[in-house]
Design a protein around this ligand. Sequence first.
Ligand code: ATP
Length: 413
Amino acid sequence: MDIKALLEKNLPPEVLEVLKDVGERARRYGREVYLVGGVVRDLFLGRENLDLDVVIEGDAIGLTKELAEKYRVRMVSHIRFGTAKLRFNSFALDVATARTESYGHPGALPTVRPGTILEDLKRRDFSINAMAVCLTLGRFGELFDPLGGKEDLDRRLVRVLHERSFIDDATRILRGIRYEQRLDFRFEEGTERLLRRDVKMLHTISGDRLRHELERTLEEGEPEKAFRRAGELGVLRELHPALKGDGWLVRMFRRARQGGTKPPAELYLCLLCYRLTEREAEQFLEHLNFPARMTKAVLDTVRLRQKTDELSSEGVKPSVVYKLLHGYDSTAIRANLLAAESPLVKRHLQLYLSKLRYVRTLLDGVDLAVLGVPMGPATGEALNALRAAKLDGEVRTRRDEVEFVRSRFLKQD
Ligand code: ATP
């Protein structure tokens, strides 16, 4: 296969220019440099990927500094790992020194030291992510595929590189599911056996790393596929025993996309947790160390679920809907809107989201003071009553509002 032609056909010219430049510089230093990882996989699959990873058998930071100066782009480097990232306008380039890794204990972050490209490929998660294309001038476009990545790609298989892979780093379980479902591949038979054997090793992964993988999964185009598979493989219950990746969840995630736009990850998360009890949701959120905003959205989802019955009858006034929903996170309300079965509950939640939550009175606290309402708790009370009257259509104009306040909150002479 002519990979040079494939690179030229599939990568934008500005990317190609930088990659060729990288190859020329490496040649000058007498080093070899490679394009590796997801971008090589996606190149063969014809999928766009502008997160480029380059590995050099030599000093990555020095090379990246030169590129940052020449192209005048921002560079972030991690000296300890020998890696640096450049952000171009339309793509990102990660440059790393080829390295080998060893794991002190399962789930630990690896100890790294410089190595060869072969060692660098062997430390990777799956064969389809462990192919390299040489960029060095004179060898530009040569495929280096010592671990059979291309063959697995052709057979549409996700395969680990050794028997202890999931033990060393159980985040690969979640990564593998993501690739399998995104690309419509299958785990290779032996790999699936190892995954089922090692699923318990997810316990060795920190909450922060688990959350990171979960968030990346929620960013997928059709995340329900990965969640269904994670349910099937017994992975979800390792995150929390009450989580389910069943048909209900698949339907809800699809519903969330019915408007045609990609929902925020937070909405999917609220749906994932919708059926948990408050206690279960708290345990899960704490275990994965979710930030405060997401925690509120999820807990509000579960708390609101227990209250939506109050919205299930015909005669509920808009002011009652407002009072019940006001203060709940809006994503939590959206999640309940998607998951509720009762058409009346749905109608009321929709009314709140599209209209009621934006209703404002024309008078404010200062106007009330001018009218003679004493400053303090009485102001809030009067404003709330006024808003309720407005929501229920009892007042419309400014004059109506003044009249309402006078008749209810001021002593009539
Ligand atoms: P995506 O398409 O989801 O962005 P990617 O393949 O580009 O996926 P990254 O998470 O950006 O994946 O990682 C880049 C490369 O680093 C991967 O292709 C893989 O070779 C390697 N890698 C990442 N995480 C691990 C891991 N936990 N264990 C081993 N190798 C990993």
